[in-house]
Design a protein around this ligand. Structure first.
Ligand SMILES: CC(C)(COP(=O)(O)OP(=O)(O)OC[C@H]1O[C@@H](n2cnc3c(N)ncnc32)[C@H](O)[C@@H]1OP(=O)(O)O)[C@@H](O)C(=O)NCCC(=O)NCCS
Length: 170
């Protein structure tokens, strides 16, 4: 696994993010994209607004590695502060797929979610056809709880979602 550091996203990151967010390959299983430049700028602008909100609802970090710099993104959404429920998401720059960065980002998100944010349960979902993401969730030890049917309308029709979760102290 490659080491990554998560740091708060900054406006200047949008162009690097746009390099993958504008591609069919990175967006294939996502309900968003491929992005136009204004979409990528707006994504970062919204993420910056979320950083100012209390209580915490959403955190988006840039994932940096020694050498390549920004290799991806990690996102943590708090669905319920009362019940300490969160959800993670991640993306890796196309140039760096298959090197363990996805796993490293997911691990760092879980660490922050359970550690700094004190969450009790963290979930993640992926299209069952997204084998790389499915593998990332298995590699970090998340448990497959089932497959949700017809959760997102993509450009090529409805997709299902594999639901993974980790529960603190379980
Ligand atoms: C999903 C994503 C983050 C994975 O990032 P990554 O850095 O390539 O992930 P890793 O290198 O840590 O792990 C990928 C794993 O999938 C495996 N994999 C990838 N493509 C595969 C394929 N077609 N068949 C079988 N296994 C595959 C790799 O071999 C690796 O497993 P291994 O370590 O056991 O060999 C990246 O593909 C991405 O950003 N995709 C677009 C956005 C996205 O889908 N995000 C997830 C939202 S649910």
């Amino acid at each position: 696994m490659q080491p990554v550091t998560l740091r708060p996203i900054e406006m200047r990151d949008w162009q690097r993010i746009h390099e993958w967010a504008s591609t069919d390959a990175a967006c294939r299983f996502q309900p968003w994209g491929p992005n136009q430049p204004e979409d990528s700028r707006q994504f970062v602008a919204d993420a910056l607004v979320a950083w100012q909100q209390e209580p915490i609802r959403r955190r988006v970090w840039a994932a940096e590695a020694d050498g390549p710099g920004l290799v991806g993104l990690g996102e943590l959404v708090v669905n319920s502060a009362k019940h300490r429920q969160g959800e993670i998401g991640y993306a890796v720059h196309l140039d760096w797929w298959g090197r363990g960065y996805g796993e490293a980002i997911a691990r760092a998100l879980l660490h922050r979610g359970f550690g700094e944010l004190g969450l009790h349960r963290i979930t993640a979902t992926c299209d069952p056809r997204n084998v790389a993401s499915d593998r990332v969730l298995q590699k970090v030890g998340m448990v497959h709880e089932g497959t949700l049917r017809g959760t997102h309308l993509l450009r090529d029709g409805w997709r299902d979602s594999n639901l993974y979760a980790l529960v603190a102290d379980a």
